[in-house]
Design a protein around this ligand. Structure first.
Ligand code: CA
Length: 419
């Protein structure tokens, strides 16, 4: 049976084209490519079991990297990325997860996945989900909080076998360093604390920059005045040096301020610009809408809660704006070559229940294509796998969602189109 078709939820493939038509006024949507993607999704829907994979011109196993002692940033990427002809193809890597919040790949190609409830799961190189968690992290799973982001030490392959977790605790948000021994993670130390947690706006994303600093996004925790308060770590992008994240951070660098709830960040290939997504107001703290993509620069103030929308005055204005709420979460550039998506910024949208493919020219967003619209529900994380495929997590079992499939929540694997 085609479970994905049965469980497609609010917007099934049959009404996809009408959905696109209705949303054209608020989005720059490319009808043909979206419809082509919808057709491809329909074709692959019957493979929507626990971990089947649609046939692909390039067998993924053959394209996976070998074990390599070099850190990821220095590893020569000799293997060709997995690509497909025509429309993107979507498969399901894993299901029955508890709000998979973030994904980080180990140098050997295996993937670690955080679940909001506190479990860290391991997906083997053959994309099989281990049933036993590699760690169960004590969390304060209140509202939007819990076990959120994950990042692997850039020198993991050189013996720094550390994994960094972003956790909501009873004492606030913490960045914790865990050590991987065998297939288990053990708590090593708390790297960073002093970040207020709330039942909302905990951000939760952390990522290593190409120059191996650790960037930690923080939300306003529902107290919007914190974002402009320089003495607070909330509503900021924080930056940690290697000696800080491998020791104790002490006072992190406040890289930028004036953020409401940024949940996605990545660096543009070649230029090194930091792009980040941010949720706009949602009613109680202002009229709903005005979700942002920002180019985050050191020392800049992004304006929350003083300004919003396109008019940012003396504050740094967004590079892209969604006037109506899509709730952008994870973000990742397509960095591997040979795809028509290479260089684009992918953004996972929660309320929008879609993946946005933003075309970027320098620091400007020039186009916004909607993919997977409504097919799989809320989208939380998006990452580029070592083999060049795109992994996306759903978030239909969080406090705002409802399952679109009996196997929610799931991790999707998208094969980008050749280009
Ligand atoms: Ca702003």
């Amino acid at each position: 049976m085609c479970r994905a078709v049965q469980g497609a939820g609010r917007r099934g493939p049959q009404d996809h084209s009408s959905t696109v038509t209705q949303t054209v006024p608020r989005r720059l949507v490319r009808h043909l490519s979206v419809l082509a993607a919808a057709a491809a999704l329909t074709a692959s829907a019957c493979s929507d079991g626990p971990r089947p994979e649609p046939a692909t011109p390039n067998p993924p196993r053959a394209a996976e990297p070998r074990r390599d002692p070099e850190p990821a940033s220095r590893r020569p990427r000799a293997t060709k990325p997995v690509r497909t002809e025509g429309a993107p193809r979507v498969g399901v890597v894993a299901g029955d997860l508890e709000v998979p919040w973030d994904i980080a790949f180990l140098p050997d190609g295996r993937a670690l996945v955080t679940e909001l409830s506190g479990r860290v799961r391991l997906i083997d190189r053959d994309r099989r989900l281990r049933s036993r968690p590699v760690a169960t992290v004590p969390v304060s799973a209140r509202g939007e909080g819990g076990l959120l982001g994950i990042a692997v030490d850039p020198e993991f392959a050189r013996g720094r076998r550390f994994v960094y977790l972003y956790v909501t605790t009873a004492d606030g948000m913490q960045v914790q360093r865990w050590r991987m021994a065998g297939d288990r993670l053990r708590l090593d130390d708390t790297v960073l604390g002093g970040i207020a947690a709330g039942s909302i706006h905990d951000s939760g994303r952390l990522r290593f920059s190409p120059d191996r600093r650790l960037y930690v996004a923080t939300g306003d925790a529902g107290r919007r005045e914190l974002a402009q308060r320089r003495g607070s770590l909330n509503g900021k992008f924080l930056r940690l040096e290697p000696r800080q994240y491998r020791g104790r951070a002490g006072r992190p660098t406040i890289y930028s301020l004036g953020h409401r709830n940024p949940q996605g960040l990545d660096w543009q290939p070649r230029t090194g610009r930091l792009f980040a997504t941010e949720h706009g107001a949602s009613g109680f703290d202002g009229p709903s809408g005005d979700d942002e993509v920002n180019v985050v620069r050191r020392g800049a103030n992004y304006g929350w809660p003083t300004v919003r929308g396109t008019s940012h005055g003396r504050f740094a204005a967004p590079a892209h704006l969604w006037p109506e709420t899509v709730a952008p979460s994870g973000a990742a550039f397509v960095s591997r070559p040979d795809s028509s998506w290479t260089g684009d910024l992918l953004v996972a949208a929660l309320k929008g229940e879609e993946l946005h493919r933003l075309e970027v020219d320098g620091a400007r967003v020039t186009d916004d294509e909607t993919l997977l619209d409504g097919r799989y529900g809320r989208m939380r994380a998006v990452v580029e796998a070592p083999d060049g495929t795109i992994w996306v997590t759903t978030s239909n079992r969080d406090i705002y969602g409802s399952p679109t499939s009996p196997s929610d929540d799931r991790i999707l694997r998208i094969i980008p189109p050749r280009g």
